[in-house]
Design a protein around this ligand. Sequence first.
Ligand SMILES: NC(=O)c1ccc[n+]([C@@H]2O[C@H](COP(=O)([O-])OP(=O)(O)OC[C@H]3O[C@@H](n4cnc5c(N)ncnc54)[C@H](OP(=O)(O)O)[C@@H]3O)[C@@H](O)[C@H]2O)c1
Length: 270
Amino acid sequence: MKHMDFFRGGRFIGKTVVVTGGGTGIGKRIAKDLYDEGAFVHILGRRSEKLLEARKEAFSASTVSNVADDGRFFCHKCDVSDDRRVGEVFDRIRDSTGPARGLVNCAAINPSRNRIAETVLEDWRATLEVNLTGAFNCCKAAVEQMLAGGGGSIVNISSVGGLKAFRTRTSYNASKFGMIGLTESLALDYARENIRANAVCPGYVATELTAPLFEKMGEEGFEALVEAHAMGRLGRPEEISRAVLFLLSEEASFITGVALPVDGGYLLKG
Ligand SMILES: NC(=O)c1ccc[n+]([C@@H]2O[C@H](COP(=O)([O-])OP(=O)(O)OC[C@H]3O[C@@H](n4cnc5c(N)ncnc54)[C@H](OP(=O)(O)O)[C@@H]3O)[C@@H](O)[C@H]2O)c1
């Protein structure tokens, strides 16, 4: 009974939604929340063990299903910077649960926290390849399916660092500003074909990605970072997820091409 009640309210019932970087952090939370709202969820990442863990956690925390596998949560080992592999995975997704109606590009790396003079070309290339070309590859594959399937919604996870530069983040800033350009371009090109594209720009959240930074900056630096958010705290994965699900859903049917800060007032403080 609880199962049925919940499903009546789910915003993604029967919809195929792809989440890159869905094995950890913010992407893992987004995938879990989509699962809870009735979607067929497909997560992509390079480490199978992280993907399987995320799937297991989604089942065990589920408010809608108490079975180990109800056929709605799928893991795909995939490096998003490999266009051929992305193509194969999206074909498999379409063949298993139907054309993608939603895509969240969450996969990212940040191997170099440096100014340009200290940034090695290898790190620049890797960052752009994963964060931006990876998003391009997945958007391209998803848009093809959305055009055939009657439309869809894309949310690209940028960053407050995609709206305003951080010091010593040459490659990461460039990739995250680029994601907003990619988002606007998609929004404009497909606005008449029922495909929306938006970006979410989180403030700081404690995850695998930020752990090395927090460790390096020490207690004082960490406190200053927390204080830099007007609300005086970091964000939580579920707070980013709620904004993503809103933009993905029909509730946001007249919203396209925006870059939404979800940052506890970080950008306000400049
Ligand atoms: N945490 C923050 O403070 C913060 C702030 C602003 C924006 N963001 C953005 O939020 C998103 C999620 O980050 P997070 O903080 O949740 O970090 P995270 O836990 O490190 O998530 C990044 C995910 O991307 C996946 N990934 C990396 N390279 C990949 C590749 N080549 N192909 C496929 N998947 C790949 C990783 O899995 P594998 O290593 O297994 O592939 C991982 O699951 C990122 O776009 C990040 O830039 C985070």
